[in-house]
Design a protein around this ligand. Structure first.
Ligand code: 5GP
Length: 208
């Protein structure tokens, strides 16, 4: 049996990553999503154990101490971490997994799992990113500027990634996303070679 493939997806906020991940679940329901731990407070509609495991900072620090995170990072003043146990069990049971984490996390995952697949989502332009950030939040101009600066920092991490998708049309971006997933799953090194051997290289009764 082949190991599960780790797909890491990162993007600055406002690039459309959440929508792409939701659509991915509809097309590939067998790909599990890793639920991170975070110290940030839940937003409206977010469910504990579904979107995140929401924990107190004290608990999070305790989990770091015990080595329970495969990777963790501080993002926008909150802590976020990926469960080591969950990822290992998925990989060893052959389940493909999607990790929606930031570029710091992507770097760490690549270190531990060199054959993981890192996908970066870009908004079509800085101007459109600004409009999307303004559109979704009624924040002061300086807050928007700060978010844009954070977005630029995140974007500068794209070089570590295997793929870059520019989300100028959701439909096209999703097609590209799904194509990457499909192609990566079909790579020769991920194919179950024992099945091929059994099917095509086992001698039958005629000695062929
Ligand atoms: P949000 O608070 O908007 O849900 O997420 C903020 C950022 O944290 C996003 O870029 C998201 O991908 C990232 N993030 C979520 N979970 C993790 C995690 O477990 N590890 C890391 N490194 N980043 C995470």
């Amino acid at each position: 049996m082949r190991k599960g493939v780790l797909f890491v997806i990162s993007a600055p906020s406002g690039a459309g990553k959440t929508t792409l991940c939701q659509k991915l679940s509809e097309l590939f329901p067998e790909i599990k999503h890793s639920v991170s731990y975070t110290t940030r407070k839940p937003r409206e509609g977010e469910v504990d154990g579904v979107h995140y495991f929401f924990v107190e900072k004290q608990n999070f620090l305790g989990m770091i101490e015990k080595g329970e995170f495969l990777e963790w990072a501080e993002v926008h003043g909150n802590y976020y971490g990926t469960s080591r146990e969950f990822v290992s069990s998925m990989v060893s049971s052959g389940t493909d997994l999607l990790l929606d984490i930031d570029v710091q996390g992507g770097r760490e995952i690549r270190k531990y799992f060199p054959d993981s697949v890192l996908i970066f989502i870009l908004p079509p332009s800085k101007e459109i990113l600004r409009q999307r950030l303004e559109g979704r939040m009624s924040d002061a101009a300086e807050v928007i500027e700060r978010r844009l600066k954070i977005a630029s920092d995140e974007i500068s991490g794209y070089k570590n990634y295997n793929y870059v998708i520019v989300n100028d049309s959701l439909e096209k971006a999703f097609d590209e996303f799904a194509s990457i997933i499909t192609a990566e799953r079909l790579k020769t090194e991920r194919v179950d070679s024992s099945w091929i051997k059994e099917q095509f290289f086992k001698e039958d009764k005629n000695g062929y």
